[in-house]
Design a protein around this ligand. Sequence first.
Ligand SMILES: [Fe+2]
Length: 435
Amino acid sequence: MSCCHHYDFIDGNEQIFAVDPSTIRFGRGALAEMGHDARALGLKRVALFTDGGVAKLEAVATATSALRAADIDVAVYDEVRVEPTDESFKAATRFAEEGDFDGFVSVGGGSVIDTCKAANLYATYPAEFLTYVNAPIGDGQAVPGPLKPHIACPTTSGTGSECTGMAIFDLLERRVKTGIAARALRPTLALIDPEVTSTLPANVVAASGFDVLSHALESFTAKPFTQRAAPDSPALRPMYQGANPWSDVGCIEALRRTGQYLVRGVRDPGDTEARHGMMYAATLAGIAFGNSGVHLPHGMAYSVAGLIRDYRPDGYPSEEAICPHGISVIVDAPSVFRLTAPTSPTRHLEAAALLGANTGGAGEEDAGEVLAECIIGMMRDTNMPNGISALGYDDSDIAPLAEGAYAQQRILANSPVPVDEDDLQALYRGATRYW
Ligand SMILES: [Fe+2]
């Protein structure tokens, strides 16, 4: 159902999809095996990146003692900023440069893993900060070669950053979220221990769980790789190549698990099956979108998070306004899938069914509404904000939000529907309020 007619081969267009695998250890106790893995990578002195909150958790203690038991020197950097900025990336880079490290470990959420990728990059190949940042905001130059080994250990069930070659940050002077995307940034090894989810606040499980849901949905409904012109050389094939049969496999299982476990995992911290199930869903979705890419909800999320004024959700640092990544994504998603459904109605209906919607009797013309309503129902069940108005945005914000999203050309190129700034404004208007 999901594959047969979705990839029509067209002369002159791409015929080949790439599988860039992630090396993964998944399961209870994976963190305690870190010493073995670090030694196998030849590491003798590592920088361990985390943030002030995660630093107090057992995960960091477990990782540190596993490394030290294997006779590996560890220097801990616990000043990673949640929702990092160019300034916080630069501070982390200084730490990476000064310690004479032969490898890196990150223990934390997407912010920590992304910061570690950036510090590894700029310490290995020093350059002006915008050199490797995605065009048109940055210069978009290629990373010159491989980075030092990086073992990534996620402590939230969301970003999938341990499986991707992407590092996201806020560029302060432009008030925009953007990123660095390169295969070289993909961690050498992802150590994923689902035990870490047992202490996560409900709102963190919800926000990161909706990030998983949207990774899988966006990857599944992205512009098919066969609709892209064939590259002039294999080296020019983009890392985010569009929907493809490999990514589809991870998306389908990630959606099924998210439908089964997200609401349960938010409501009951003691529901180990649900929380572990979401961790595996996050990994599967990370593998999928790490090969296919995301599209409009993530492109729109960058300015929703970047322009936030006074939103302070439960479960996150409260010193300053913050819009957690998963929330900035999911508030856009129903509006987007109402627009994109006509490009692949069967896929949109299949996704809704995997998430648990009753699609019996629904026709292709209903696909967008059925999927949107399914997502909205899950948002209501987990106390997510009711659209961008609940984050403090009003009509006067629509134009700057759309302008920020339009700058995310690398992501917009993966959309199944071409969009201009007016279309993005309409999408934000459609995301104002859902119930
Ligand atoms: Fe994401």
